[in-house]
Write a protein that binds this ligand. Sequence first.
Ligand SMILES: Cc1cc2nc3c(=O)[nH]c(=O)nc-3n(C[C@H](O)[C@H](O)[C@H](O)COP(=O)(O)O)c2cc1C
Length: 414
Amino acid sequence: MKRVDDFRLRFGKQEIVPIVIGGMGVDISTADLALEAARLGGIGHISDAMIKTVTDRRYSTKFVKEKLQLYKTNVNNADKSVVQFNLGRLAEATRLHVSKTMEAKRGDGLIFINCMEKLTMNAPKETLRVRLREALDAGIDGITLAAGLHLGSFALIEDHPRFRDAKLGIIVSSLRALQLFLRKSARTNRLPDFIVIEGPLAGGHLGFGMDWAEYDLATIVAEIRQWMVAEHLDIPLIPAGGIFTGSDAVSFLEQGAAAVQVATRFTVAKECGLPEDVQQEYFRASEGDIEVNTISPTGYPMRMLKNSPAIGDGIRPNCEAYGYLLDANGNCAYINSYNREVAAHPEAKKIKVMDKTCLCTQMRNFDCWTCGQYTYKLKDTTIKAADGSYKILSTEHIFHDYQFSTDGKIALPD
Ligand SMILES: Cc1cc2nc3c(=O)[nH]c(=O)nc-3n(C[C@H](O)[C@H](O)[C@H](O)COP(=O)(O)O)c2cc1C
């Protein structure tokens, strides 16, 4: 029986252990997690979601305070169009996070950055251009374009000196999305270096509607593979979503996948950014505690634990401090929902907003517990102490379990 370690992901002459730890914003896939993946010979992701908040927390910068100070007179205004990101500061924050991470890199693996294009930041094109270019300048090994794939992204960096040397990949959930991207970016004369195919069991936002349960990762991967063969396209395919054991990974690798992208198993790693009390919630979850809902203002369904504090929490929108989901006109679906509830309950000190959430604030505070469908199996990957708590695992332990296990087995920690 084969193990993941019998396979390698090849980028030219470079050989990588075919395990990619997916990006998890906001700073759930920390630099420490990504660095471990690279040290162990695989690929790790940092994320550029809410990067100014992340650098404030990690490197004592004051980006958020500065932005809030600038726009604080707008806090009670429903119109957020004036709340703009300072592109220079955005560049500074990106450069800091990426360069500090890359300086600390050891081992033969790679570190990529996950850029979710749904972070429209009140100026989608201008902010995305800065995010991508600064990450390249600061030496990132590769960029994974995610959530809300902007079809013109390659064009934003085509004149960058590293455009052809950095690894650039995309995440898609259907053949159609892939075809659209390839058609749109054909003008840049550059294909993606890898394609992550994310199925309906993944964590975070889903590239499906609320009918997600009707789709199946293996079927989508087979369809994309067939089309690629017919088109004589040879790009590494990386399935993601619900790949829980080394054996699950091997079955994709045997069918021609170049690597697998995984995330949920690593949400309970020591190096992961989730606070330990939240990690214990993930361990304790049963299947019925996990739902896919539509509270994300992005319009994409999102999977999370039903007891996430974010659900129903009617806090005032925090766009002056954050504002990552403001569209090009300064709108966010949460602002509308919040204002509707305030108008309906003018006397209330605290209101509930059930249909949308202030995702920036809730993700920043680790109160939106997004997770993959198999989170309920995490308890089977560790040991339980007498006080009922579960043992947090090391990234190395989980990575090696994927790399070396056979027969659907999961190695428990010592
Ligand atoms: C907690 C969590 C947060 C995530 N955040 C993001 C994200 O910010 N951007 C993204 O592209 N994917 C995100 N994902 C998806 C993962 O990168 C990955 O593709 C997917 O979850 C793999 O499936 P698995 O969790 O079943 O292993 C997230 C997943 C989890 C579990």
